[in-house]
Each structure stands twice: as C-alpha cells, then as structure tokens.
Design a protein. Sequence first.
Lengths: 222, 710
Amino acid sequence: VSNTEDIRDVVRTVTMHRRKGDALARTGNEPAAMRAYQDALRVVGDALMETRPDSPNFDVNRAELLGTQGGLLRRAGRMREALESYRRGAAHEIASGSAVTYNRVNAIKLALIAGDQTVSGLQPDLEDVQRSLEERLSVDQRAADDGWLWADLGDVRLLRGDPDGAARAYRSFAAKATSGSPSSTLSVLDEIVKALNLHGDESAVQVADSVKRMKRVFALRN
Amino acid sequence: VLAKDWNRSIAAVIDVEGNVRGTAFFIGLDVAITCYHVLVAAGTGAALKPVGSEVTEQIIETESDEELDLALIRVVSHSARNTLFFDSLPMSVGRDIYSHGFPRDHGIGKYPNGFPMDPARVSGNTDLTWRGQPVQLIVLANADVQQGMSGAPAIDLETQSIVGVLRFSESHNKRALAIPAEVVTRRWPAVLSENRKRTYGDLVDTIPDAFAHSAWKEFDPTSLHCLVVMSERAETEGPSESLDELFRDLMSGPSALIVWEKFREAYNGRRLISGTDGRSLSISYNNDSVNIASLSVLDVFENMSSVDIAGRLIVEADLAIFDVTGFEPGVMFLLGVRAATRRGVTIVSHGGGWMEGEPLLRPFNLSDLSVASHTAFDKSLVGQDPRIGRLMERICNGFEQCLRHPYYRDLPVYDALRQLGPREDARKTIPLEDEVLVLCSYDATYFRNWLNLRRRLKAALHEAGISTSVVRLQDVPTPQLVSQSLYERIRRCAGCVADWTGSSPSTFFELGVRVAVSPWSVVQIASASWISEIASDDGSSETPKKQISLMLRLLEPILYKGDHDPSIGQLVAQRLINLRASASGSQGHGLRRVAARALSRLEERVPDVVQQLRDEADALNHPDRVRENVPQALYYEIASIKVDQERAALERRLAAWLYLDQRVGAGALQEDDPKRILWLETGQLVAADLFESASDADQMLALKITEKLT
C-alpha cells in the first residue's frame, strides 16, 4: 500500500463493510454487525502490514489507515485497542505535517469515552490541536474546504468550553460535509456525554449542554 | 485544329474481365481523363486500351471529382503518346459536337479501334452545384444515350477543338451532356496548358510546395498532429513574427518533451470510431511521433486541392495554432471550419505589435476567445525567447484542461451545433419557406446594403412562390444566447446567404462553420464596389488584398452593385432555389465532405455508458468524500441540494453496476479483468451508500450486492 489508488481501494472496501456493520447494528443484529466490522478490520490490517517506511507518503498513508482502524475498533467495542490505534495514527499525522487532525481529535475523544482521561486533564492537548487547526484553517484555503477539519475544530472547541465557537465550526462542517456526516459525529458526542456521566467527570453537565445545543444546530440545518 | 490521327488519343476503359465500361482520352504522356462514374463501373483492376494498340495499360492511380463526374487516370508514361488539348472556346447553342469512343452497341471485339459518334447539337445548358457554386453543363440534342461513350472528348466540328468531356449516363435522367473545358479547368487548372510533355503530376500536384512538404499524408492515431495556420500579414513580417518559426523553435527543444507528455496524458487511450482500441501514445517522446504542418493562408486558397488538404489537416490536427493577426477573412474562415469540426486544442495568437493584456477589438462572436500574442519582444536580447515559454504554457494548459474537463472548449460552436436537445424536431431542417439566414457585417456602413438585399430577396422569392422571412441573427426575437441560436440556425437553415462585404471577421468565421457543416451549402455574395476599393488599395489599409483576391477566384461570390442593385434579389433567389433542387442528394460544400471523411477516421466514440454514468456520479458526489469531505454542490449550504446530488450520484452508480452485472456479466469474468474490477469497485460504492439509507428495500438491495461481490 504505497499510493493513493491503493489507499482508495482499501477505504472503499472498508467503508462498505463498516456501513454494513452500522446498518446491522441499527437493526440490533450485533453478531452480524461484528462480523462486518471484522471483515473491515481484516482489510485494514492487511493494508497496514503492507505499508513500508521507505514508500512515498508513508506517514500520510499510515495515519489514514490507523485512523480507519481506530474507528472500526471503537465500533467493535475494543476501546483500548482503538485508543492505541488513534495515538499511533496521531504520531504519523504530526510527522507528515498534513492538515489532518482526525487521529489526534479521536484519540482525545476516545480517551474520554474509555475513562482514560478527564476533560480538564486533556485541556493542554485540546489547546494544541485547536491552535494547529485554527492556524491551518485561517491560511490554507484548500484545507478549509474539508468538512472533517471543521468537525474536528467543533469537537475541540466544544470540549474546551467554547460552545459558540463550536457552533460556528459545526455549521461549516454541516454545510460542507455529505448529508450523512453529522449523524456519525453526533453519535460519538453522545457516547462522550454518556461516558463522562459514567465516570463522574466534572465537565459532564457542561459538555452535555453543549452537545444538546449542537444537536439544535444540526437539526436547524436539516 | 485536330491532328490527322487524333483518335489514337482515345482509349477504352475496361474492367478486369475485359468489358468496356466507358471511354477516356489522353491529355498528357501518362494521364487520361474520363468520367468518374466510368471508373466506378470499371472497379478495381481497371485498365485502358488505347486505339491502335494491342496492349492494355494498367491504371496506376486516379484523382476524381464525384460532383463533376470527372476523373484523371495515371498510367505508365510513353514519350510517343498521342494527346489532346482542351480549348477554352465556349460551346454555343446550335454548334455540332462530334466524338469517337467505345459505344456498347459496337463491341470492342468487332471494333477494336472504337466507333465515331453521330454529331449532336448543343441545345442549351443545365446547372450543377459544385462545391456550393453553380457550374453549367451543356445539353446535347439528337444524341442517343450511348453507353460506353461517357468520357469521350466533345469536339466542336466547326473549330476542330476539344471543348469538353461527354457524359452520357445519368441514372434517373437519361440526357446527353457535355462537361465544358471551362468546368474541367475549375477543378484542374493546368489542363489548359499546351505543354506536350505534361504529366499526371503536373495536373494534380498543384499544392504549393511549402505546405505539400509539411502536410502529413494521413492521420496516425499514435502521433501528435500539430498545425500552424499563418496569416497573410506574416508573409510581410520577418521571421521574428512568424508563429510557425516560434512553434518549431518550441518543438525543437526540451519543451517538446513536456508538450508530448501533456498531450499523452490527455489523449492516450481515447477511443476512436475507426478502431477497437484507444489511441496508443508511447511513453517516451520520439521526434517521429510528432507531425507539424504549416499553412500560409495564401497557399490554402491557391486552388481547390489546397483547400481540401487544408480542410483535412484542420480537422485532423490535435493541436492547431492560428495566427489571427488582423483577423483576416481567410484565417477566420479556416478557424470556423476548425471550430465546427474538431474538439482538440486550438490556440489563437495575434502579432502585429499587440501584446497580451492590451485592449484588442475581437470579432463579436469570438469575444470570449483567449488570445495569445506572438509579437516579438524588442528588448529580449539574451536568453530564450520568452514567447516560447508562454506558448508552451498555453498548449500544456490546453491539454491539461482537455483531460480534466469533459466539456473543455477553446472555441465556440462545437457544442452549439450538436447539443440541440432531445426533441424530435430539434434537428430538423428549417426550410427555405420558413427562413433565409443572412450572415453579414453589422457595421453601420453596411446597413443600406442589408436593407436592399432583404427587400429584393424577399420579393424575388415571393415571385417564385416562396413567402419567407430573410433575417440576420439580430432580427430574430429570441432571448437565447447568440452563440447558441446562431450556430443552431447555421446548421438547420437550408437557405443561407453570406455577404463578404466589409470583410467582417465574424461573417467569415460563420461562413467557415456553414460550409463545414451544412449539406445545403451557402450562397456567397459581395459588393462590387467593396471589391474595387480593395483592388485599388495602395497598401495603406490593412486589408489582406492578396487573400481576398484568391478567395474571390476560388469561391466566386455573386457580385452586386452596392445598396441599390435591383438584380441581387433575383440572383440570390435563383441560386437558393437551385441549391434546394440539387441538394437532396448532395453532401454540401466540398469542405463538408473533406471534414466528414477525416472524421470517419478520428471522431472519438461516444463515451462508454458505464464510464459516463460513473463520471456523472463522481461529478455530483465523489467517492473520495469519505476521506476528504470537500463540498461539490455550488450552494453546498443548502442541504436539500446536497441530498439531491448524493441521491442522483447513487442512482447513476447503481445503473452502471447493474449494466456491468446484467449486460456485461462482469461478475463472472477473471479477477484481473478491468471490467470485473470496475464491477467490484462500483458495487462496493453502491452498497456502502445503500447501507446508509433508511429504506428497508435499499438495505435488502445492499445486502444482495455485497453477497454478489464477496
């Protein structure tokens, strides 16, 4: 797996299995959903095995594959492995110098879902990612086209206690992204709220309020 | 006066089985003339059997004119050949015409030296449309239609001179005709010369040397074909302003590799209607894979053969570069032919002191044309000529855009002529009875000419029982864009008049489009006083005098007397009615046939249905949006627009997949078969999107597809 075409093949195959798993999970057919996620994980795993450090775009490709793997592991309920995958992906993201912050933001969110960290304990990381995103989005107009970056910025601002800033970022996200994208973002936010309550995080109420508000933002758009 | 043994110049045209199919006569050491239909009847392997000779002479090559029904035949040269020469004397009514040939009712077995024809009398003439222009054939009375005599010389008994070629066979109208020498010379001007040693090459090889040497013989799908069309003005400017020299400079350096690479990216694999595989362009650059032809507009209009070759090159060129300095009429005419026939990359460049960025008055129908400059830089005394880099950039951008943009255009017209909508009547001819379209100048000085033409033409057509409207585009009350409605009318109107007066560049561009596309040709006219003004010009104006004079000789517009000519209406009306009568089986102007022949080899196929559906789907909602969520709708903030585009993309991909699955049977192909790979990829995308749907039916379909794929 060394070029864009290879990555496209992997992402396309994985997306089909992942969405199949999501559809089955929605109908309550958990075992079948897990099989679909496993199929997808196998494809990503094979691709990761085939990435070579001397191949072009090694860090970019590796970050994308590890991020994809993290999402599948989270769905499969393997939170620790998911967190690990995102953290490894985050290191490649930073090394590649790309605008993408997917792994970094998801590592933060998953740390909260797993109860590994508190919202206040993650503030330095959140601040770093926020600065990096805001800098990039203010100067890189091509990066600013990408809805996912605005979703990441919304998540980070929300967790940093800036609901107004989060709403602005989510509006851009909802406008730019495909129509189905906000629902997956909201479901992760719901998971975070649930986990913060479960782990007695002191920011749980504040985050829950902000998430409610974000739901209204998305609802208004549709 | 004819020589005593003149009939030894006559020969029978025989087919492979030895049957006589007609007559020919020698007009040079290795060349004879006959009727085109005789050659067609004789078929492959035909030969000539001269009077008094026991030997048959195999035909080596021919050059034909289907419309005039004439053909030149080349055989082996004989220094002692008996030859005849045409005389330009007119065939007056009442004169007796005599001949000698091989009539079928006097078989060659019994009459090996042929048989004389009983004299026939010139009784009148009949019009024929040749390349959109009328020519007159002679009607002979008291002449039985004698099969086998076609192609024999028409000899005026009184003057003992060769005044034409007999043409006896007409499938549905069995009149005896003669093609006058004057008409023969329109096609092959050198036949009037009395050079006793002339050859086939002297008659047909009339293309100016400069472009005969550079023109490629035929389109080669593995090569890049580049054409440079030079203006008349370039002839007087030095080499520093020559677009041809500039382009050749570019292609003789390392830039050629870059141009080739960009061309290859854009054109490799494109499928042509003439072959099964796509164009195969080599990865590495090779000098031999690039053909560069240069035409001066003056050479193009030298004679009809030159026009035909130029027409072919214009259609075939992957890259055409036009010197539009001064927007000369001949160049604009050729640019119109290009715009109508080919979607390749076309660069238009202006010299004569104009620099990019400066204001430039463009013809109104080419106002959005991106014009380059090839004006020489006075100050660039060192380093590479900066124009080369700029020209290369333009060419490369053209090929790049060609690759990225399915509707890339650098000239107007092409789509406007073809995209007429799905309605049954959208392409139907607009008959003479409905409208006559006039292409002309919109200059205020021309307005009175226009008023006179409209009034007289309308009245003349009315007298002929045709009540119609005579319009310029401006007179049509439509809100439609000029570029759409004009070219649609140029294609559909059977009656079309082009007035050269004022040499409006727009008019000549439109005229080029018209002759390239319409099977109904066009009636061309010009004000005699305008022609005189040009003729008497002392060179102080920028009018391209030589070019207009050559075009006048070749295209023969009807001349009229300014804004008060009472006869112009009659003349144009008669020409339009003749065209209507003759065009039912015609293919239009010669350039239209040249273009059609060229396009039969290089027209690109309509895109494959799967590719088209996938491209449309990708343009609406690209699969990469899973990775980079970049909006595709222009007003992406409107959620309903986005949802509609996503749904439309899904349906197109689904249609493509079903086609591959059911029609192609791609699922049963080998794993590495490109169609199976496409089937798998498309199926994955479709299933992934269907799984996101809330509909049970979509979920079921998604599961069925994934089962098939895995």
